[in-house]
Design a protein around this ligand. Structure first.
Ligand code: SAM
Length: 282
């Protein structure tokens, strides 16, 4: 079977299984298998795959047809241009979170002196690591309740050689922070799906992202309430809180913060022009 034939057959198979963008998914899996950039496949359409390659591709396509996310199959994804390892213990970083990361490093990089940031619910470590890479003088605390997630975050920090500037803490809420720890920036993409909605999500999300990374409590607002109550005393003078939220949650998240006397300075949209994160101060 040639590369082109394999692409065509696998694309048809994934399309029948209702996988979105079946051709792109096939090409990415085949490129991963052959260790080629995807565009190089186009120069190799006539190449004949070995029997071992055909078997390996069949296995990868089967996993994707069962709705395992591409990133879990390949073991990594790109976040702000940096490769991040992922596994079943962490949420796969989403493109919209890159916009939060950009706002965060723009703010942090402009702070005088050695700036500090807290990434609450760090998961794969994507936000903490992007901040450390973009702000070489900054020190970052990366906090998560999940030890296995922190292992992934540590591995990603080591890959990007920022381990020395990131402190990893395991704990529930902000309880694990040292009593006197304060930050110029608190950034978070917390779990925000209302519990009952998790079952309605695409299989890629509901079956492969950890439930603990999705579940924001009955109304999805549990972690905004926690941050609204507890984050203000952790901010240095002039510091900011930047939080991502789900579709249509902007008014509710704003209300939760304003009730605790936060000043919401900006609500920013994602690539689909949906309100996606906000910036607040005290
Ligand atoms: C939506 S994921 C975000 C991961 C990563 N920051 C990102 O943007 O891709 C939320 C993270 O919050 C963590 N988390 C959930 N409950 C927590 C709690 N009570 N205290 C600290 N972290 C928690 C989860 O383990 C998960 O890694």
């Amino acid at each position: 079977m040639t590369v082109l034939e394999a692409i065509q057959r696998s694309t048809d198979f994934l399309a029948k299984k209702n996988v979105e963008s079946p051709r792109l998914q096939t090409e990415l899996l085949l490129a991963h298998l052959l260790k080629l950039p995807r565009m190089k496949l186009y120069l190799n359409f006539e190449r004949v795959l070995t029997p071992a390659e055909v078997d390996a591709l069949r296995e990868l396509i089967k996993r994707r047809s069962l709705r395992e996310p591409l990133q879990h199959i390949t073991g990594s994804t790109s976040f702000c241009g940096y490769e991040m390892l992922v596994n079943r213990h962490v949420l796969v970083p989403r493109p919209e979170t890159e916009l939060l990361a950009e706002a965060a490093w723009t703010f942090l990089g402009a702070r005088p002196g050695p700036a500090t940031a807290l990434d609450f619910g760090t998961g794969s470590g994507c936000l903490a690591i992007a901040l450390a890479l973009k702000c070489p003088a900054a020190r970052v605390t990366a906090l998560d309740i999940s030890e296995p997630a922190l292992e992934v975050a540590r591995a990603n920090a080591a890959r990007h050689e920022v381990t020395e500037r990131i402190q990893f803490l395991a704990g529930d809420g902000l309880a694990a922070l040292p009593a006197d720890a304060t930050f110029d920036l608190i950034v978070s993409n917390p779990p925000y799906i209302p519990t009952a909605e998790i079952a309605t999500l695409e299989p890629e999300v509901r079956e492969f992202d950890p439930t603990g990374a999705l579940d924001g409590g009955a109304d999805g607002l549990r972690f905004y309430e926690l941050l609204a109550r507890e984050a203000a005393r952790r901010l240095r003078s002039g510091g900011k809180l930047m939080v991502e939220f789900g579709d249509d949650q902007a008014p509710a998240v704003r209300a939760v913060l304003e009730q605790e006397k936060w000043i919401v300075e900006a609500v920013r949209e994602d690539y689909s022009q949906r309100a996606r994160f906000l910036i607040a101060g005290v």
